[in-house]
Design a binder for this molecule. Structure first.
Ligand SMILES: [Fe+2]
Ligand SMILES: [Fe+2]
Length: 168
């Protein structure tokens, strides 16, 4: 069974979205690094790498299903922010958009009885829960500490450790 044209278009759009998220995280990482926050920058760099693996996963799946791959245009991401908390808020907003997109694809797969796509989409549904929760935690910490110099520094060191583990 080949992908329906609707699902094919949705998978193509999702590949573009994942690479767009990777590019966006790269911009966030660059700004954080320029602010002297290497831990947060490294965490964002790891996020960026992870998004490219998501894009590749969708791409390989489309190829496995004999889909017609069409890569879309990616907008230039922001590389300037007012404060670290704004970076993480932008990240959460982006993750929520991705979640909505994956949920819509899931509904499309069920509707068109494309059961082969379900395991892949299940993985992404669970991944989005984790992604949103981890960014939300950082926002909560920054809000609790009032986005103060001390809180930002402490989180920078903590996220630096997590980034180092993720890259290992
Ligand atoms: Fe992703
Ligand atoms: Fe993500």
């Amino acid at each position: 069974m080949s992908l329906t044209p609707e699902l094919e278009a949705a998978f193509n759009a999702q590949i573009t979205m994942e690479y767009g998220a990777a590019y966006s995280y790269l911009g966030m990482s660059a700004w954080l690094e320029s602010q002297g926050l290497p831990g947060m920058a490294g965490w964002m760099r790891a996020q960026s790498d992870e998004e490219t693996t998501h894009g590749l996963r969708f791409l390989q799946y489309m190829l496995d299903r004999g889909g017609d791959v069409n890569l879309g245009q990616i907008d230039a991401p922001s590389t300037h922010f007012d404060a670290p908390i704004d970076v993480f808020r932008a990240s959460l907003a982006q993750e929520k958009e991705v979640t909505a997109s994956i949920n819509a694809m899931y509904a499309l797969a069920v509707e068109s009885k494309d059961f082969a796509s379900i395991p892949l989409l299940d993985w992404f549904v669970a991944e989005q829960v984790e992604e949103e929760a981890s960014v939300q935690q950082i926002i909560d910490d920054l809000e609790r500490g009032g986005d103060s110099g001390h809180t930002v520094l402490m989180l920078d060191r903590e996220l630096g450790r997590r980034g180092a583990t993720a890259e290992a």
